[in-house]
Design a protein around this ligand. Structure first.
Ligand code: PMP
Length: 358
């Protein structure tokens, strides 16, 4: 830290992203990325933008916004795109929280929320998950502050029912409830709160292209909510990064949104591999939570999870472990292709055998 760094951020602890190891034979299962390439139409759509790159990108991202609105069945005025859903979360917290209006969220959830609170000087109100990592949504009734709920949650992968979240929205009519649905496409039909945005003016649903749309590197997210919420967030956006979406990413996102068949095909492949991987881990004595996402959260008493994580890393299989209370003996494993999962299990078996545990 230089002596010039602002004292107001001295305590800031930045988010720790999944490691980006450079190794040719790496099996990268640590950042919940999609193992399949972007939809086939994406490359040509991006290439078409090149001549126009001398111009600034479209301030309103009209093409992408319309593609999203069409796919989700909502008016374009209800949609705002972001440079990753991380940016949408920042815009929302800046718009709907302040020193007097804290942000409430679970103790075990996406660890970017507390970082944004620190950065933006927003008090965090932390509500513990139950012992079994399910969320007690009744505890969120009448909280009197802004709320963010990741659903399905990360890193647990557990899904809460839409009806219970709707009750939270109804029970906090004077505050915004943000539902972070980064993984909802992996949760099956009827898992999303997005249709409720057309009935409640205090609900904001945040989505990403990074997981189910195979575009983590394009940095694209979107949120859906009442046009007044979107206008509020636009006020913040235009005060900080008006051209937040570059033209190439906008085109990539629109092409990805338009290819429903590819989306369904890759989703199905990941969900099938998720079922196989869950079974494989349970056969090996792991406790695995029922995942509604593209990752699994698992633990075992066969060997400390920190040791499993480190030994797999040595073998070029990268998964994720969190040095955080209650979950430090758990592992988060992104679902890859069947071939990647085979390599994962081969390495895991070697690691488990190495201890004499088998
Ligand atoms: N929300 C949750 C719950 C996540 O796990 C992630 C990915 N780490 C994000 C949001 C952010 O995704 P992105 O910025 O890539 O859209």
């Amino acid at each position: 830290m230089s002596r010039y760094f602002t004292k107001t951020l001295e305590q800031l602890e930045p988010y720790t992203p999944g490691e980006q190891l450079k190794r040719a034979d790496l099996v990268k299962l640590n950042a919940n990325e999609n193992p399949y390439p972007p939809a086939p139409g994406v490359a040509a759509a991006v290439a078409e933008t090149i001549p126009g790159l001398r111009l600034y990108s479209d301030l309103t991202e009209a093409k992408l916004t319309e593609a999203i609105a069409r796919r989700e069945g909502v008016p374009a005025s209800c949609v705002l795109c972001g440079n990753g859903s991380d940016e949408n979360l920042l815009l929302a917290i800046r718009a709907f929280c302040d020193e007097q209006t804290p942000l409430a969220f679970a103790d075990i959830t996406y660890s970017f929320y507390p970082v944004l609170c620190q950065l933006l000087h927003v008090p965090a109100r932390i509500l513990p998950l139950r012992q079994d990592f399910t969320i007690d949504l009744e505890a969120y009734h009448g909280l009197g502050c802004t709320i963010v709920i990741a659903n399905p949650n990360a890193p647990t992968g557990l899904l809460a029912p839409v009806a219970a979240i709707e009750q939270v929205v109804r029970a906090n009519p004077d505050h915004v409830v943000i539902v972070d649905e980064a993984y909802v496409d992996f949760a099956g039909e009827g898992a999303s709160c997005l249709p409720l945005t057309q009935r409640y003016d205090n609900l904001l649903v945040v989505r990403t292209f990074s997981k189910s749309r195979n575009l983590a590197g394009a940095r694209l997210g979107y949120c859906v909510g009442h046009p007044d919420l979107i206008a509020d967030m636009n006020r913040v956006k235009f005060s900080y990064s008006p051209y937040n979406i570059n033209s190439m990413s906008e085109a990539a996102g629109a092409a990805a949104m338009a290819d429903e068949a590819y989306f369904q095909k890759t989703l199905a492949a990941i969900c099938a591999a998720r079922a196989d991987t869950t079974r494989g881990l349970r056969q090996r004595g792991f406790r695995v939570l029922d995942s509604a996402t593209n990752f699994l959260f698992a633990t075992t008493d066969r060997m400390p999870c920190a040791a499993i994580f480190a030994a797999l890393r040595e073998k070029g299989v990268l998964i994720r472990r969190f040095d955080a209370p209650r979950i430090d003996n758990w592992l988060r494993i992104t679902i890859g292709t069947p071939q990647q999962m085979e390599r994962f299990f081969a390495a895991l078996d070697e690691v488990l055998a190495g201890t004499g545990a088998e």
